[in-house]
Design a protein around this ligand. Structure first.
Ligand code: FAD
Length: 403
């Protein structure tokens, strides 16, 4: 539902001059900055390329009354009290507890690896032996990394490390990042955690929460200000021109603030090359029946093309009995012209992309009243907590700098 106080505009009827700030993109980065500026009396225009708000968090309710996250499951995992308090201004948050299993050789194996995973993979007797050895070596309740286990003097523990690495990590990451197993960063297995306990909770942060009325409602609430107007279906490049380091909007010099939350390479016409992203194609399958997987989220490290399937009914603890609503994610290389993989999901961080983004950032930094923030513009992996935190910091910087 669109809120009364927010005006949805048409491009040919938009008077860009009347806005103190133009914010590109309406994910968390754009929505939070817009609201912060609006609360300080600035008149803000949000320009969003899609026909909807909420960025990657967009959801909808289907004909069965089931809430579905269009671009993959989104759950707040928070430590920051600041972000928690900020969200509470705009929505009611309800706790959820989610578990994850990997589907390996026909079995559902608890993730992150823990003693339940040992039971599922190796059977009771061997699992017990491995558990005792792990407790003796590393201490009950601890979390140990694969690399540490690989250095163990016990051959069975070294074998366990290699097996878990192969089964849980290699296939998943090769698929996710489009790499051959031997091309995976060798330092990463070191970071793969193995729990010396039956602790199978996925979330390691203080709070695991979802907005009780969904994300679109949350976003409607954030942007619900008479100082905010929105222009949908409009790409930044259609209205912004930065030639000569000056901001022009719709062909005219623009003295106001521009906050950009979309990819910088696109804005600068790919002058220094395209930034590499992995993208996801989503398939949604809602049916009347029972879920086979033991938890809402199942990852597929081996054999399948998909990397993850999430049952939205279980994930959001929805009271729609008898339904399974699976959202499956298929990874591929981002290509702006592709039909399936045209939404950038994860930045591919390597030396070459670091050099490219540094050039775009240098160019953007030289433009007065131009700010960039968010997972796309900053070319960083941000979860929602980090996005909101970063948007709040950016808003402070703008309000201080433009006072
Ligand atoms: C599959 C998946 C699952 C995730 N799950 C979680 C989770 O469970 N928990 C969590 O905390 N985080 C999760 N995240 C991360 C979360 O999606 C990001 O933190 C969040 O999207 C960042 O918000 P943002 O505003 O920076 O970017 P976005 O949400 O991407 O918003 C950018 C906006 O800009 C618009 N835009 C892009 N280009 C243009 C253009 N040229 N002109 C105008 N508008 C443009 C886009 O349409 C979009 O609306 C997940 C991410 C993915 C990919």
């Amino acid at each position: 539902m669109k809120k009364e106080s927010v005006m949805y505009l048409q491009r040919d009827k938009t008077d860009f001059d009347k806005y103190d700030a133009i914010v590109i993109g309406c994910g968390f980065s754009g929505a939070v900055v817009s609201r912060e500026l609006a609360d300080k009396g600035k008149k803000v225009l949000i320009v969003e390329k899609k026909n909807e708000i909420s960025g990657m968090m967009a959801d909808y309710t289907d004909e069965n009354g089931i809430c579905i996250h269009k671009y993959g499951p989104h759950v707040f995992m928070l430590n920051s009290e600041e972000v928690l308090d900020y969200l509470k201004r705009f929505c009611e948050l309800v706790p959820v507890t989610n578990y994850v299993h990997a589907f390996i050789e026909g079995r559902y194996v608890s993730i992150p690896a823990n003693f339940y995973s040992f039971d599922a993979l190796y059977g009771e007797e061997k699992s017990k032996r491995l558990q005792e050895k792990m407790i003796a070596l590393y201490g009950e309740g601890k979390e140990v990394h694969i690399l540490t286990m690989r250095n163990s003097e016990d051959a069975e523990i070294r074998e366990l490390a290699d097996d878990l690495y192969e089964k849980i990590f290699v296939g998943y990451n090769a698929k996710m990042w489009g790499l051959k197993p031997e091309e995976l960063d060798p330092s990463i297995p070191g970071r793969l955690p193995i729990r010396v306990s039956y602790n199978n909770k996925n979330c390691k942060k203080k709070y695991e929460l979802i907005p009780s009325k969904g994300y679109i409602e949350l976003f409607n609430s954030i942007i619900d200000s008479s100082n905010i107007d929105i222009l949908l279906d409009t790409k930044a490049a259609d209205i912004i021109n930065l030639a000569g380091g000056k901001i022009k909007i719709n062909g005219k010099d623009y003295p106001g603030i521009v906050v950009y939350t979309a990819p910088l390479d696109e804005l600068f016409s790919y002058e220094f090359g395209e930034l590499p992203y992995r993208a996801l194609h989503f398939e949604i399958d809602v049916f009347d029946g029972k879920r086979e997987a033991p938890s809402a989220v199942t990852t597929f490290p081996m054999n399948f093309e998909k990397v993850r399937t999430t049952d939205m009914v279980e994930l959001l603890d929805q009271k729609v009995k008898g339904y399974v609503a699976n959202v499956s994610e298929y990874p591929g290389a981002y290509d702006k012209d592709s039909e399936k993989f045209n939404v950038p999901a994860y930045p591919v961080l390597n030396d070459s992309s670091a050099a490219i983004i540094a050039k775009y950032k240098e160019k953007a930094d030289a433009i007065d009243h131009f700010y960039y923030v968010g997972r796309l513009a900053e070319f960083k992996y941000f979860d929602m907590e980090a996005s909101i935190g970063s948007a709040l910091r950016c808003s402070e910087k703008i309000l201080e700098g433009e006072a």
